[in-house]
Design a protein around this ligand. Sequence first.
Ligand code: ZN
Length: 291
Amino acid sequence: MTDPVKKLWAQRDRVTRAITKDGSFRAAVIHNTTTVQTAQRSHGLDPMAAMVLARTLTGATLMASFLKGEERIVLTLEGDGLVRSVTAEAMQVGEVRGYINLNRNPQPDRATPLGKGLLRVQRILYGEYEPAMGIVELRRGDVTSDLGYYLTQSEQIPSAFVIDVAFDGDAIRQSVGLVVQAMPGARAEDIFRLYDSIDYLDRLTEYADSGYGPNEILHQIMPLEIDIVASSPVDFFCRCSHERFTSALMTLNVEEIMQMKDENQRELVCQYCSKRYELSDEDFDRLINRT
Ligand SMILES: [Zn+2]
């Protein structure tokens, strides 16, 4: 592929969904290197934090790929290891954003970044007044097995994730993820056989290194014949704006706003994307006069 535009298009982050021809499994593969690189860069993360956030963003996007339109999923993992919490929010339309907080005093003996803690999954779906919410204890604290455990135990959908994030020094170089789910009626022996074959997979990023996109990766790794259902682009994208921040500040009372102004607290930082916004004197006037 020599055409640079074509090449860029082929490299665009993308998630592809498929179903096996016998209808017993569905699967999704994501290639989201640019998305997780953007997350690492915007938040200025070391490799450990970048890895954990990348896995969470990848897992959320894979789970959201089975939803509709602007339906979205929010994953929050809280632990007592090096990572105190990590959050990712993904929409089926391909937007994902997230952030991570490290522990000041981590438990020293934890084998995984999150150690012990909780996973909270929120689904914001069309036609439902309240988000559907599920909580489980972390299975291992490595994100990947926690997500599979959640879906299998809490939602009774036998599921397995493989999320492979490769580094070049301190920076993320390549990221590929896979989720496989058994559909109702799948036979137990087929589920075990399929999950076994996933366990023995080579590193998924090597497929991307060889130039394979999600569609080809699915065809390569699924031990059963599949049909591709959908394929769509993915981006690290946050809907924050100056306007949204100032209207959110309207919920504070006037005294609090005046105190912010007196203390010259002008900078607002979006926790999801680390973008900075500056409040002007005019913004303060509008907030104080409620106009
Ligand atoms: Zn933002």
